[in-house]
Design a protein around this ligand. Structure first.
Ligand SMILES: [Fe+2]
Ligand SMILES: [Fe+2]
Length: 190
């Protein structure tokens, strides 16, 4: 029974990760197609390729563990844009991306801290977290570089607005994720 509950929690989590990486890949892929600034275009294209690769790694990991992906209905990205308002320009897109990437990195790190996870899951989390670190870096650097064009105050305000949206969405959706991650450990101990 306990093993079954853990199996369900893991199936949901891995499916959710896979779906979120696919959503991220599609979002950044669409942006990579239309963005004009050559420096942003360069990093965004790498970012888009990374997120596609992550969805592939989660699919491989699930296949390896004999877990079939389940349908995930709630899109974190949609909830985010609803809470913070649609970004009006490249700078705001990067501000929403920064909040999102920070949250993803935190969720993966929390999962990696569970001592009892399968080696395949641990290895996949470690590989992905390396890329997620770079995502936060390039987006932060680019936002800094955009301050002269958009105004430092506008950049700071956008970052704060989406950080607030992130906290709101987190309470509504991702808190559930953390609870499930914590429960993984609990199942083992029980
Ligand atoms: Fe990713
Ligand atoms: Fe990312």
């Amino acid at each position: 029974m306990i093993g079954e509950l853990r199996g369900d929690a893991e199936r949901w989590l891995l499916s959710y990760y896979r779906a979120s990486e696919i959503d991220g890949a599609l979002f950044f892929g669409r942006l990579a197609k239309v963005i004009r600034d050559p420096a942003v275009q360069y990093d965004l294209t790498r970012h888009f390729a990374d997120e596609s690769q992550h969805s592939r790694w989660w699919t491989d990991c699930m296949d390896d563990l004999g877990i079939r992906p389940m349908k995930v209905v709630s899109s974190y990205q949609d909830a985010y844009l609803e809470a913070g308002g649609a970004p009006a320009n490249v700078m705001e897109v990067l501000a929403v991306t920064l909040a999102f990437e920070r949250r993803v990195a935190g969720s993966y790190a929390a999962h990696a801290r569970v001592p009892t996870i399968a080696p395949q899951i641990r290895a996949t989390l470690a590989k992905i977290m390396k890329d997620e670190g770079w995502h936060i870096q390039w987006v932060s650097r680019t936002l800094e570089n955009l301050k002269p064009s958009y105004g430092a105050d506008a950049v700071t305000a956008a970052i704060e607005r989406y950080a607030a949206a992130d906290r709101e969405v987190y309470q509504r959706t991702l808190a559930e994720h953390d609870e499930i991650v914590r429960s993984l450990d609990h199942f083992k101990a029980a």
